[in-house]
Design a protein around this ligand. Sequence first.
Ligand SMILES: Cc1ncc(COP(=O)(O)O)c(C=O)c1O
Length: 388
Amino acid sequence: MNFERSDRLKKLPAYLFIEIDRAKKKAREEGRDIIDLGVGDPDIPTPKFVINALSKAAKDPATHRYSLDQGIPEFRNAVAKWMKKRFGVDLDPDNEIYPLIGSKEGIAHIPLAFINPGDAVLVPDPCYPPYRSGTIFACGEIIHMPLLEKNKFLPDLKAINHHLLHKAKMIFINYPNNPTSAVCDKKFLKDVVGFAKKHNLIVCSDTAYSEITFDGYKAPSIFEIEGAKDVAVEFHSLSKTFNMTGWRIGYACGNSSIIEALAKVKSNIDSGIFSAIQRAGAAALENYDKHIRSVIKIYEERRNVLVDGLNSLGFHVEKPKATFYTWIKVPPRYTSASFAKVLLEKCDIVVTPGNGFGEHGEGYVRMAVTVDKKRIKEAIDRIKKRLR
Ligand SMILES: Cc1ncc(COP(=O)(O)O)c(C=O)c1O
């Protein structure tokens, strides 16, 4: 039988990475040697100290039951300590920090806590897709904020249509940015906080890549801005920092009443994160200093190979200061999709077409350096030999 899908589901495009995954699988089934620069999923294994912490915790029956609501204090306390050490930010572990089953889960759910039909959410374009899908699930409207190269891929808050703004209740920002790899400074965050206060907006700041930064750049937390806690929540992820994408652990922090509303949504949908994973997450944060430099070094070297290689082929790409992505303008006469297609068909290279992240991603592709240097060199070589 064929059942009619809900209107909200019909509004959603297929999830970008699932489509890419299908194309990739098909190519692999045909026996082709695919270099996957598509999905941003680290190839580096989770550190041993995190695995050991999980394995020890999993043997403790106390971790085997539901970890409802706020989860275990060890994790929230470790988050509070880390946020203080890393950003100088004070957070109360009991009502300003909330564990998430990966930050995607919290990001996708937060509109359900605040958005009614007719309300709008300010969403960057291009963007990480769950800002849009979460809004659509909540029956909200999307107000796009173009991220343009001429504005260093920051939204131009002054350019947002004032006639639409009165409907807006929430704004998503994401720096370091996926997919453009752009970074922001504290001045931008201050402007966002001021803008949110002026227009009564909840700020959802997604900092999934805050620790993958290069060339001396350190990503700020919005809570380094005075008064940010009045209006903001920040979404953090352990996925990229600690190569833990499959583990599903992150957290929301900041304004306690926003957190409480998100918690109410979640308590009706999920039953928490396996406590042993939360203990491992605490161990990860506690050992951050010992771990992070080696990860950054790997991505930095790979970034250099990719960007230098592309520039040697006539592309004009700046070295990104953060994330493991490079946002590349497609050559003349190509669209995002046609360039991604030709890279797959002629070079056996998977990249992500920029238009999948939004209309303003058209004309770009995103490459992720989540394969080793040798494979990146091989990719450059293939483009050189097969695309000319
Ligand atoms: C911008 C951004 N935010 C959040 C996430 C979600 O990370 P996770 O759900 O693994 O914590 C991702 C994952 O790719 C991302 O790119």
